[in-house]
Design a protein around this ligand. Sequence first.
Ligand code: SAM
Length: 281
Amino acid sequence: MTSPEQAGSGGSGTEPVVPWCQAFFAEDYLTVFGPFVDGERAQSEAAAVQGLLGLGPGARVLDLACGQGRHSSPLRAAGLDVVGLDLSAVLLRTAAERDPDVRLLRADMRFLPLADACVDGVVNLFNAFGYFSSDEQDLDVLREVVRVLRPGARFVQEVHHRDALVRDWEPRTVHPTYADGLVVTEERRWDGVAGRHGVTYLLQQGSDGVPRRLDHELRVYSLTELVALHDRAGLEVLSVRGALETSSPSPDTPLCVVVSRRRPGPRPLSSASSCALVPSG
Ligand SMILES: C[S@@+](CC[C@H](N)C(=O)[O-])C[C@H]1O[C@@H](n2cnc3c(N)ncnc32)[C@H](O)[C@@H]1O
């Protein structure tokens, strides 16, 4: 794995890494989300992703914002040549412990340390998009995806389904179901003009003490906006789904999945300094 110093830190006048992300994607993230998203769910999602990518053993796949490697590992076990990339040192360490055979890179998703057209597929799962303060920077991420994809290769992205999020939105939810008496409260904010969703997670252990606070903020794109953003980046949208394993999106599908491919044609100009794939270790 690359050292923290090798993480992308800007280079084209873009703002540095988003501060809340660094605090959020660490041990408490694993506590709050791990019990719900890991294990069998991740296994079956990885199988569905492989089908959507249309790739077999030996193909190289970038798991963009791989987190704790819950998809990287089963994809590697299925024979794919997986590279997991993330910015969180804590989550990458967990991914490395889970599967020492997955190659891991620590980098900012806006500046991928990968050569042009060097991967056969990219996946970006579980709302790992919309972190920056402008749509242009989210577009930079998609442009980097296009740059590293071989022409015609596919990209699978899974994000919040905005229609469902708005329909089911509540200002506050309490989750009393964790082990060891942990209670997690979500306090939500929705700005429908900016399309930004903020959540403050309060983690209360027992009845005493001040709860730990974690802040999260995301640009949530409508499907219309998302498809347009893919198009601007040079991705041809092949299908829009209601989940990795479901066909069409509906207000009952809290996530949505866009399957696209890099348009054939001339390679886009490099927007980041490319280098050969960096091995883990
Ligand atoms: C909601 S998690 C999803 C992780 C994983 N894809 C999954 O399905 O479990 C979002 C991930 O994005 C990563 N992330 C946030 N900002 C990033 C950035 N600028 N560059 C790379 N990764 C980033 C976080 O560290 C975190 O692992």
